[in-house]
Every structure is written in structure tokens, then in C-alpha cells.
Design a protein around this ligand. Structure first.
Ligand SMILES: NC(=O)c1ccc[n+]([C@@H]2O[C@H](COP(=O)([O-])OP(=O)(O)OC[C@H]3O[C@@H](n4cnc5c(N)ncnc54)[C@H](O)[C@@H]3O)[C@@H](O)[C@H]2O)c1
Ligand SMILES: O=C(O)C[C@H](O)C(=O)O
Length: 338
């Protein structure tokens, strides 16, 4: 009889919240790590969120998931991250009325600095961290800075939702399945300054810009569509969802989180995807900023796709988002969070 692999410990913070509820059942069903990989779930909440997380744990039991080896609920970061292999950091402080960006960064620093320290103290050697809670890039930077023993490349932030949104918009414009589109990139911050880039994207093997020209008209019309419709629609999609739904994206954010971790561990078979990770200086992004890049996962490690030509149009947009990230880094530096 084949040996059953030992369970992988997956910790979800903010597990009693909206995204947590959408995420937990997909993790338990095997969609995060693949079929045949047993999972031990740890749900971290603050005391006010414990009941909701405990309720989710009861429902997970009722799901009778064959891969689910156990569920623990706690409000202690040290217990939640002890031996953790995959940490999904969703719990964050939302922006309240009258709160400036600096206030938000300070409030989240109070969450992500101690969680980084707890991961540093207890995580397994192979730990991978995906930050979802906003401002995701800078929260990942704070957590990483407080986990000096964990290689910086293990800390990532989610821009896969933006990436998937870009695929969705292109698929609609081209009347194709999103699965036919490859090599879109999200550059920069998970914010309205992000740059969704189609310069290298293909659809069924052809440049996306050529396929767009066939449907929309000449190159100038395509450029105008990209600049005036596609980029702002993707970059401000989070706000659009809040306006239409009455609250921020949940199921699509959980789905993108599954995609992010799944591809990180199992690989990117078709072209590249987008992940915010610690810059090694590629494409002129200052070293150490957690910025979104085109990436492939090779043997469980994200590798930035190198050698892409960046024209003036793209350069200006990447620089604008990177400037915002630099300002956020400077703010948390001033606050003593990193
Ligand atoms: N990166 C992305 O693409 C993306 C997309 C959508 C939402 N988000 C962000 O994800 C976050 C969560 O969204 P949501 O809709 O689930 O919010 P939510 O308010 O429903 O849930 C957040 C949960 O986090 C918990 N929490 C707060 N501080 C915590 C801490 N220190 N430790 C553990 N848990 C803590 C809260 O009690 C709450 O249950 C928000 O910051 C949101 O802006 C990011
Ligand atoms: O935009 C937001 O505030 C929520 C989230 O980050 C999103 O992109 O949907």
C-alpha cells in the first residue's frame, strides 16, 4: 500500500471574514495543493472574529472533505504559524472614515509586524506566504522585514486577482475564453496605480494587439481602448465591485488566491502570470520593494520573466506605480515598522 503523505499545514488569517469563508472550502476540497495532498487547516482570528471562524470550522467538518486532516481555530499567532507550510494572510484592518493612507499603514503594521515575527519564530523551512489583506504589497514588506530568517522570496502579495481581471476584460473584448490568452502582466502595486500590460500578450498564439485591431479598427483605436478603457477598468475594478455589490470582492479574491498558491507550488504550465514579490532590481524596480512582475513558477520558486522590451508608454506607468510603492515603504520606515 502506498504511504499517505503527511498533511501540509495551511494557515489562513482573517478566517472568520468574507474571503476566509470563500477560501476555506476550496482549500479543504484540494484545489489549493492538488488532489492527494492532505491538509491541516489553522484559522487565525482576533477575539471578535473567533465565533465566525469556529462556525466555519464546524461547517468544514460537515463538508466531510477526505483531504482535511484537521482544523484548529486560534487567536494566538504563535499557535497559528507553528510549523506552517503555507500562510495566507487575509486578515487586515480596513480603511475607516477619515483614515489617511498613513493611518491605514500604521494600523496594518500592528497586524503584519507581529505576524511576520510569529512566522519567523515557528514556520516550517519551506514556508510560503501569500498576503491578501490590503495594502497587500506593503503588508507583505512589513511581514518580511519582521521575519529576518525567512528568505525574502517566500513573501508574496496577491496581484493574481488583477491579472485574472485583465484576462476577463480581454476575453470579453475578443469574444474568446480567458484560457486562450497568455502572458498578460500586472506591474507594480495592487492599487489603482497598477499597470495591466498587454504588450506581450497573445491569444491563441497571436499578439493580442493584432486580434484587438481586427475587432476594433486601426492601431490608434486599439491604443485608445487600452489606455482609456482597459487599463482603468482593470485598475479600478475593485472600486467597481464595491459600488455594484455594496462590499469588496470576495469569491474572485479567494479564487485568485487559490490560483496564486496553486501555481507557485505546482508550476505555471502555460506562459506567465503576475505576482507581487521582492524586487531583485529587475526592470528598474528598486531592490526590496514588493512589486508585481511577470513570473513563472519553476520547481516551486517564482522567477521573474526577464528580457521583455519596455516601451516609453509602459515605462511611465510602471514608474508611477513603483513611486507609490516607494512612498508606502518610506511611510512604514518612518513608522518604524520595517
Ligand atoms: N489583494 C487583493 O486582491 C484583495 C482583494 C480583495 C480584498 N482584499 C483585502 O482582503 C482583506 C480581507 O477582506 P474580507 O472581505 O475578507 O474582509 P472581512 O472584514 O470580511 O474579514 C477580515 C477578517 O480579518 C480579521 N482580522 C482582523 N485583524 C486580524 C488579525 N490581526 N489577525 C487575524 N485576523 C484578523 C477580522 O476579524 C475579519 O474577520 C481586506 O484587507 C481587503 O481589502 C484584497
Ligand atoms: O479594491 C479594493 O479595495 C478591494 C480589493 O483590493 C479588490 O481589488 O477588489
Amino acid at each position: 500500500m502506498a504511504n499517505t503523505p503527511s498533511p501540509v499545514t495551511v494557515t489562513v488569517t482573517g478566517a472568520g471574514g468574507q474571503i476566509g469563508y470563500a477560501l476555506l472550502f476550496r482549500i479543504a476540497s484540494g484545489q489549493l495543493l492538488g488532489p492527494g495532498v492532505p491538509i491541516r487547516l489553522r484559522l487565525l482570528e482576533i477575539p471578535q472574529g473567533l465565533k465566525a471562524a469556529e462556525g466555519a470550522a464546524l461547517e468544514l467538518q460537515d463538508g466531510a472533505f477526505p483531504l482535511l486532516a484537521g482544523v484548529e481555530v486560534t487567536d494566538a499567532a504563535s499557535a497559528a504559524f507553528d510549523g506552517v507550510n503555507v500562510a495566507i494572510l487575509v486578515g487586515a484592518r480596513p480603511r475607516g472614515p477619515g483614515m489617511e493612507r498613513g493611518d491605514l499603514l500604521a494600523a496594518n503594521g500592528g497586524i503584519f509586524a507581529p505576524q511576520g515575527a510569529a512566522i519567523n519564530a515557528g514556520a516550517a523551512d519551506d514556508v510560503r506566504i501569500a498576503v491578501v489583506g490590503n495594502p497587500a504589497n506593503t503588508n507583505a514588506l512589513i511581514a518580511s522585514a519582521n521575519a529576518p530568517d525567512i528568505p525574502v522570496e517566500r513573501f508574496t502579495a496577491l496581484t493574481r486577482l488583477d491579472h485574472n481581471r485583465a484576462l476577463g476584460q480581454l476575453a470579453a473584448a475578443l469574444a474568446v475564453s480567458p484560457g486562450e490568452i497568455r502572458d498578460v502582466t500586472i506591474w507594480g502595486n495592487h492599487s489603482a496605480t497598477q499597470f495591466p500590460d498587454v504588450a506581450h500578450a497573445t491569444v491563441a498564439g497571436r499578439p493580442v494587439v493584432d486580434a484587438l485591431a481586427e475587432r476594433l479598427g486601426d492601431a490608434a483605436t486599439v491604443r485608445a481602448w487600452i489606455t482609456d478603457q482597459f487599463i482603468p477598468r482593470v485598475a479600478k475594478r475593485g472600486a467597481e465591485i464595491i459600488e455594484v455589490r455594496g462590499s469588496s470582492s470576495v469569491a474572485s479574491a479567494a479564487s485568485a488566491t487559490i490560483d496564486h498558491v496553486h501555481d507557485w507550488i505546482t508550476g505555471t504550465p502555460h506562459g506567465w502570470t503576475s505576482v507581487a514579490l521582492s524586487s531583485d532590481g529587475s526592470y528598474g524596480v528598486p531592490e526590496g520593494l514588493i512589486s508585481s512582475f511577470p513570473v513563472r513558477s519553476v520547481d516551486g520558486v517564482w522567477q521573474i520573466v526577464q528580457g521583455l522590451e519596455i516601451d516609453e508608454f509602459s515605462r511611465a506607468r510602471i514608474d508611477a506605480s513603483v513611486t507609490e510603492l516607494t512612498e508606502e515603504r518610506d511611510a512604514v520606515l518612518t513608522l518604524g515598522l520595517i
